[in-house]
Design a protein around this ligand. Structure first.
Ligand code: T4K
Length: 394
C-alpha cells in the first residue's frame, strides 16, 4: 500500500500492480461445466439454431426474470435492432446521448434517426422530463438506457410513452440483476434488451437477450432472429441472423449458475470502494442501492475544484499504477460520427458527466485489497495535486 506521494508511479515510484486491472475483466463461472456443455453440443453435433443449450438458457433466464419471455441473440446490438423493427418503429427515436455508442448505432443501422436527449443529473439516465423535451411530430419511439445498471425512472417513461402513444424500449445491457420495486429492470416498457458480452456481469462470450411480457412480440423477435423462418421452408417476413450459438449458451448457462456469486462480489466491491473513497476530497462514488443494483459498474465523479485534479489527470495517475480506469462513455454519442454534425440542443447534465466520470475495475478479478490500494492512490493524488499536475504538465 502506498503511503507517500513520492511513491506514486506518476512521480517515479513502481506501479502498484504488476498486471493491469481492467474495468471489463470477464466473470468466469464453472469452467468445467462450460467445457462439458460445449463437449455435449459437439457430441450431439448440434451447434446452433434452437439447440438444447439455447432453449435451456432462455428458460433459465426467464426464470431469473420472473417469467418474462426471453429471446436470446448473438449480442445486444442486434437485439435492439430487431426489437425496434419488430415494433414497426419509424422516424425518430429519442434516446440519451450518454450511453455506449451501440445504442445509437442500433437505431441508425435501422435507418431510424437518433434524437439525443439529456439525462437526469441525479440518475444519469434519460427520464421522462428529458425525453419529453425531445419528442416531436416525427418521434416513433423512446429508447431509455439503464446506464451502469442505474434506474432510468422506468415507470415515468412508461407513463410518458402511454400518453404519447409511443413504443418504449429499454437498453438494459447493463441491467441484469437490477430491480425496481421488486421487478427486474429489463422488464419495463414494451421490451428490454440485455447484453451478455464478456464485460457484463454475466456473459456468454458474446450475447444478448430481448426480454418482454408480450408473448406475440417475443415470437416476432424470435422469428426475425432466424431469417424470418417459422418452419422448415416457411418464411413469414424479413429476418436476419442474430442467433446465439450453443457454445455461447453453454457459457451463458454457467454464468447464470454463478450469477448470485457474481452479484455478491460486485456488491461487496462497491461497498469496499465506498469505504476507500470515504472523505476523499472531490471524489464522489455514484450512489447505488446495492439491494436493487447489480453494482457491476463502479463509477466515480471527479470534482476538479475540490480534488485539485480533473478526471483525466486522475485517470493518468491510475493508469500509471496499472489501474486501467475508463472514461465511459466519452466523448458522448452526440460528439462522434455519424452523429456529431447534426444539431443537438445543450445537454448540460450529459456533458458534465462525460467530463467528470471515471469507471473503475470491479468484478471477480478484483478484491478488497486491490480496492483499498486504489483508494489510497486516489487519496494520495488528491492530497498532493500540485505535484501531480506539475509532473503531468497540466
Ligand atoms: N448498450 C450499452 C449501454 C452497452 O454498454 C453495450 C455494450 C451495448 C448496448 C451493446 O451490447 P453488445 O452488442 O456488445 O452485447 C465494451 C464491450 O465491447 C461492449 O459490449 C460494452 N457495452 C462496453 C461497455 O464495453 P469497449 O470498447 O469498452 O471494449 P474493450 O475491448 O475496450 O474492453 C473493455 C475492457 O474490458 C478493457 O479494459 C479490456 C477488458 N476485457 C475485455 C474483453 C472483451 C477483458 O479483460 N477481457 C475481455 O474478454 O466495449
Amino acid at each position: 500500500m502506498k503511503t507517500a506521494a513520492a511513491e506514486l508511479a506518476i512521480l517515479g515510484g513502481p506501479p502498484s500492480f504488476a498486471e493491469p486491472l481492467h474495468v471489463g475483466r470477464p466473470n468466469v463461472g464453472d469452467r468445467e461445466a462450460v467445457l462439458r456443455a460445449i463437449g455435449e453440443a459437439m457430441d450431439e453435433r448440434w451447434l446452433s439454431n434452437n439447440g438444447a443449450k439455447l432453449l435451456e438458457f432462455e428458460r433459465r433466464l426467464s426464470e431469473q426474470l420472473g417469467g418474462l419471455h426471453c429471446v436470446a441473440t448473438c449480442n445486444a446490438t442486434l437485439g435492439l435492432q430487431i426489437v425496434l423493427r419488430a415494433l414497426g418503429v419509424e422516424g425518430e427515436v429519442v434516446l440519451p446521448a450518454l450511453t455506449f455508442v451501440a445504442t445509437a448505432h442500433a437505431v441508425a443501422w435501422e435507418r431510424l434517426t437518433p434524437v439525443f436527449a439529456d439525462v437526469d443529473p441525479g440518475t444519469l439516465c434519460m427520464g421522462p422530463t428529458e425525453a419529453a423535451a425531445r419528442i416531436g411530430p416525427e418521434t416513433g419511439a423512446l429508447l431509455g438506457v439503464h446506464l451502469w445498471g442505474r434506474s432510468a425512472d422506468p415507470q415515468g417513461l412508461e407513463r410518458l410513452a402511454d400518453e404519447r402513444g409511443l413504443p418504449l424500449v429499454f437498453d438494459a445491457a447493463h441491467a441484469l440483476g437490477c430491480t425496481r420495486e421488486g421487478r427486474p429492470l429489463a422488464g419495463f416498457g414494451d421490451a428490454g434488451v440485455l447484453s451478455f458480452h464478456a464485460t457484463k456481469v454475466a456473459n456468454s462470450f458474446e450475447g444478448g437477450a430481448v426480454v418482454t411480457a408480450d408473448a406475440e412480440l417475443a415470437e416476432r423477435v424470435a422469428t426475425m432472429r432466424n431469417f424470418g423462418f417459422v418452419d422448415e421452408d416457411e418464411i413469414v417476413g424479413l429476418g436476419t441472423n442474430a442467433k446465439m450459438s450453443e457454445a455461447a449458451a453453454a457459457m451463458g448457462l454457467a454464468s447464470l449458475d454463478s450469477l448470485d456469486e457474481f452479484l455478491a462480489v460486485s456488491r461487496r466491491n462497491y461497498r469496499a470502494y465506498a469505504e476507500a473513497f470515504d472523505g476523499v476530497a472531490g471524489i464522489r462514488l455514484l450512489p447505488l442501492e446495492p439491494e436493487q443494483a447489480n453494482c457491476h459498474h463502479v463509477t466515480i465523479a471527479v470534482d476538479p475544484e475540490l480534488a485539485g485534479l480533473d478526471r483525466d489527470a486522475l485517470r493518468r495517475v491510475l493508469v500509471a499504477e496499472n489501474v486501467l480506469a475508463r472514461r465511459y462513455f466519452y466523448p458522448g454519442c452526440h460528439r462522434v460520427p455519424p452523429y456529431r454534425d447534426r444539431p443537438v440542443p445543450a445537454l448540460p447534465a450529459t456533458d458534465a458527466a462525460l467530463e467528470s466520470c471515471l469507471s473503475l475495475p470491479t468484478g471477480t478479478a478484483v478484491g478488497s485489497e486491490e480496492i483499498a490500494q486504489i483508494g489510497e492512490i486516489v487519496r494520495l493524488a488528491v492530497s498532493f495535486p500540485a505535484e501531480v499536475r506539475r509532473h503531468l504538465g497540466v
